[in-house]
Design a protein around this ligand. Structure first.
Ligand SMILES: O=C(O)C1=C[C@@H](OP(=O)(O)O)[C@@H](O)[C@H](O)C1
Ligand SMILES: C=C(OP(=O)(O)O)C(=O)O
Length: 409
């Protein structure tokens, strides 16, 4: 299935109720369960990634398919390791290619019983829950922060608490901060000093909890305003003092044509002139923003050099190559060192008709959401497998229609 996105008469001013954060929702579900909380979490994300978590908590089977949800796979592996019973966790074909060995090895050191059902180091997993023992743990921090968040959340409930020493260059650090902040809201305070986090043995306190708007989802609205002639969009649901690392998007777009103001819970994005002559940034702290900025910079004709992309190759798609291949269809020639960089020096290649380009999305929600705004510049773009957006933002296409874009099958 394909959607044809057309710009219509340009971006209409509108108020958009953003989805809430799947990262926060999935953490809150785990911690709420560990706190034996009687409170329902308010404003839980309606994303696929949160639905699969909810199904696990509400189901009476022991075999769970978490689809494409990285956080659910990693968080539940740690959680189920300490819940008595025999569990199987599987996922999409892509999930079976996303490594989990670092987390499994760490949990095994705490006494967990986890077996690989197919390939060593990758889901699916068979987990026999048992009580775990704390102490000290060394854990690679340079592959995915989700392994660290997963262990952090169960750590206060393990006898003796835990000291985690992270090795290598720690990626996606704000997500670790986010985990610690949520744990704090539920009554557990940890100490993070250098590469060491000390988690006390301490019961979680059940508290009412409300999930905030998703700053990663907001990034596509920044992109749309940046690519519009004189767009002005109000976003509902974002917190100014958010611990989401992707809230950095507001500052980053200041030189790329979007000014942000926040008042009475509304975030207003206003089109201003682009002042950047190039855009160089290390995305190690905000990996999920890389696609938004790659597409935005190309469409604004702003050359760029991105670093810190080492986690992108093991996400929903191999995002470095997905970006190179799909931006080439639009005439932009990008290069990479194959590991952690992406560059565009302004080189273009001939394209017969940009309005006929079909963007492949590789089962990656962020490919669909980052490329759809291209319609505002080229008049039209075709997006393959558009329903992938439900992983984090089910109402994305509906919201695009609200701002005057035409979305047709
Ligand atoms: O903890 C989280 O909620 C997330 C951490 C990041 O993953 P990595 O730590 O694997 O980079 C991010 O890309 C993902 O979308 C959500
Ligand atoms: C990488 C992502 O999610 P996850 O790793 O949780 O599948 C994402 O949403 O961009």
């Amino acid at each position: 299935m394909q959607y044809t996105i057309q710009s219509g008469t340009g971006l209409k001013a509108a108020r958009v109720a953003l989805p809430t954060s799947k990262s926060i929702s999935n953490r809150a579900l785990i911690i709420n369960a560990l706190a034996y909380s009687p409170y329902e979490i308010s404003k839980l994300s309606d994303s696929d990634d949160t639905h699969v978590m909810l199904e696990v908590f509400n189901s009476n089977t022991n075999h769970f398919d978490i689809g494409a949800a990285g956080t659910s796979m990693r968080f539940l592996t740690a959680y189920l390791s300490k819940i008595v019973g025999e569990w199987e966790l599987t996922g999409s074909s892509r999930m079976k290619q996303r490594p989990i060995g670092v987390l499994v090895d760490a949990l095994r050191k705490l006494g967990a019983n986890i077996d690989y059902i197919e390939n060593e180091g990758f889901p699916p997993l068979r987990i026999t829950g048992c009580s775990l023992t704390g102490g000290e743990l060394e854990l690679a921090g340079n592959i995915s922060s989700q392994y660290i968040s997963a262990i952090l959340m169960i750590a206060p409930t393990i006898t003796g608490g835990l000291t985690i020493r992270m090795t290598g260059e720690v990626v996606s650090k704000p997500y670790i901060h986010l985990t610690l902040k949520l744990m704090e809201q539920y009554g557990v305070t940890c100490q993070w000093d250098g590469n060491t986090i000390v988690i006390p043995e301490c019961p979680y306190r059940a508290v009412p909890f409300t999930v905030e708007g998703d700053w990663s989802a907001a990034s596509y609205w920044y992109e749309m305003v940046a690519l519009s002639d004189n767009g002005c969009i109000d976003l509902e649901g974002l917190y100014a003092d958010s611990y989401q690392g992707d809230s950095k998007v507001a500052a980053l777009f200041e030189t790329l044509g979007v000014h942000t103001t926040m008042k009475d819970g509304i975030t207003t994005l206003t089109k201003v002139p682009v002042t950047a002559s190039r855009f160089d940034y290390d995305f190690a702290d905000q990996p999920d923003l890389a696609q938004t900025f790659a597409v935005t910079c190309c469409m604004l004709n702003v050359p760029f050099s991105f670093a810190g992309l080492q986690t992108l190759r093991i996400k929903e798609s191999d995002r470095i190559y997905a970006l190179i291949d799909e931006l080439a269809k639009l005439g932009f020639v990008l290069t990479t060192n194959g590991t952690d960089t992406l560059h565009w020096d302004g080189t273009t290649c001939a394209v017969s008709d940009v309005r006929q380009v079909v963007v492949a999305t590789y089962k990656d929600h962020r490919m669909a959401m980052a490329f759809a705004p291209v319609a505002l510049v080229n008049g039209q773009i075709l997006i393959d497998d558009p329903k992938v957006v439900t992983k984090s933002y089910p109402k994305y296409w509906e919201h695009l229609k609200m701002v005057g874009m035409q979305v047709a099958e």
